[in-house]
Each structure stands twice: as C-alpha cells, then as structure tokens.
Design a protein around this ligand. Structure first.
Ligand SMILES: *[C@@H]1O[C@H](CO)[C@@H](O)[C@H](O)[C@H]1NC(C)=O
Ligand SMILES: *[C@@H]1O[C@H](CO)[C@@H](O)[C@H](O)[C@H]1NC(C)=O
Ligand SMILES: *[C@@H]1O[C@H](CO)[C@@H](O)[C@H](O)[C@H]1NC(C)=O
Length: 204
C-alpha cells in the first residue's frame, strides 16, 4: 500500500521541480550584454543627487541572432558582495525569483541591440553601500534569458559606492517617535471609548 503513495509523492515533487516550483536560474543565463555605467571604480555618489548614466547593448562579438528572443531589458542597481555580508535580505540566490542581489530597478525598456542609454538620479532612499549595475534581457514570457553587468563574474572589479543622505536617520527616528506617541494616544483613546461604551450599555 505504501509504494503507490511514495511514488505519487516523488512524481509530484519531480513535476514540481520540472515546472512551476523551480524557475529560471542565474547560472543558466548567457552573458551577452555589454553594460557600462558612468561611475568610476571606487567613486562615491550621493543618494538623491548624483546621476548614473548606463549604456547597454549586445556584445558585438556575440553571434548574430543570439538575441532573437530578447524582448525587454531591465537595468538594475545591485549590491556588491561586501554590502551583502550578514544581510540575508540582500542574499544572492541562483533561482532568479528568490535572488536579492539587485533590488533597485533603474529602468525597463524594449530590447534593442545597440545605442541604449539612460541617466538615473540615485534615489533618495538608496542605502549606503557598494554597488554595480546589471541588465537582464527578458523573453516574451517575461523570463530572464541573458544578462550583462559592469563588474566581472566574481563581482570584484569596477564597483562604486553610494552614500545615503545624511540626517535621514535622525528624521526617521523623530518620525517614528512621533508615530509611537500618536499610537499610544490613539490606543488610550480607543480603550477609553470602549470602556465608556461598556458603562453606557450597563446603565441601560
Ligand atoms: C564580449 O564577449 C567576449 C566573448 O565572450 C568577451 O571576451 C568580452 O569580455 C565581452 N565584452 C564585454 C564588454 O562584456
Ligand atoms: C543630476 O541630474 C539632475 C537632472 O538632470 C540635475 O538637476 C542634477 O544637478 C544632476 N546632479 C549632478 C550631481 O550633476
Ligand atoms: C548608434 O549611434 C551611432 C552614433 O550616434 C549611429 O551612427 C548608429 O547608426 C546608431 N546605430 C543604431 C543601430 O541606431
């Protein structure tokens, strides 16, 4: 009696891995895009102020037609390994859906093989860290099929830094203190009203 159940579980698991449960992996992507970004190696950019100009296109040494399935490109800002250390929420995972290396979208555009460029002002809420830029090419099913990045495969070269807006933490702290004070007052008010309601219904 047990064998069929075991078989069912195994085949369910297998079909799960083969289709829905396991998506595109980074290691399966071809590095066919050439990506450059304006920051120089080691440059420090100020969040909310500095601009990054990214250019991308098909690497000219790649065989023509390789990009026939490419439909869109997403350019992203990505954490270098040094800024991922001890931060599980920025972890690199081979399965693309779970990967947290590149959390910030710079731009998404229809794919064209050359002359692509975009200038992005580093958003105000980007945390201090060491970064690089990566572009993904997607097919018509919105699955990653290729990539390119401004650093080498080990993500060691040509990294730049972003410095968060100073004073942000101070204002956030004040905001959260105000918010807690507001919550306590609101909560107290709520209990007071509930209590008086209770009294009112007892009097009836
Ligand atoms: C373009 O592709 C060639 C061959 O794969 C590679 O050696 C070269 O580094 C690539 N260029 C860029 C800028 O990625
Ligand atoms: C970045 O670009 C914006 C908009 O074009 C401009 O106002 C700003 O001065 C630029 N920042 C720097 C540091 O050049
Ligand atoms: C790319 O830009 C260059 C210079 O502006 C131009 O000569 C070339 O024709 C452009 N290529 C494409 C495919 O648009």
């Amino acid at each position: 009696m047990e064998a069929p159940v075991g078989f069912l579980v195994v085949s369910l698991l297998l079909s799960c891995f083969a289709t829905t449960c396991y998506g595109v992996t980074f290691s399966s992507l071809q590095r066919t895009l050439e990506v450059t970004a304006s920051p120089k190696e080691g440059q420090v950019l100020k969040a909310g102020d500095a601009n990054i100009t990214v250019t991308w296109g098909l690497n000219r040494t790649i065989q023509a037609g390789t990009d026939s399935a490419y439909k869109t490109v997403k350019v992203k800002l990505c954490y270098a390994p040094i800024s991922q250390k001890d931060r599980s929420w920025r972890k690199t995972v081979d399965e693309m859906k779970k990967d947290k290396t590149c959390l910030v979208k710079i731009v998404a555009k229809p794919y064209t093989a050359s002359n692509n460029s975009f200038t992005w002002t580093v958003e105000r809420d980007i945390p201090t860290g060491t970064y690089f830029v990566r572009a993904y090419a997607f097919n018509a099913h919105d699955e990653e099929v290729a990539f390119g990045q401004t650093t080498n495969d080990k993500k060691e070269t040509n990294l730049f830094k972003i410095q968060a807006i100073t004073g942000r933490h101070a204002s956030l702290d004040i905001a959260s203190v105000c918010f807690s004070a507001f919550s306590i007052v609101a909560l107290a008010g709520f209990f007071y009203m509930e209590k008086s309601k209770g009294k009112a219904s007892q009097q009836k």
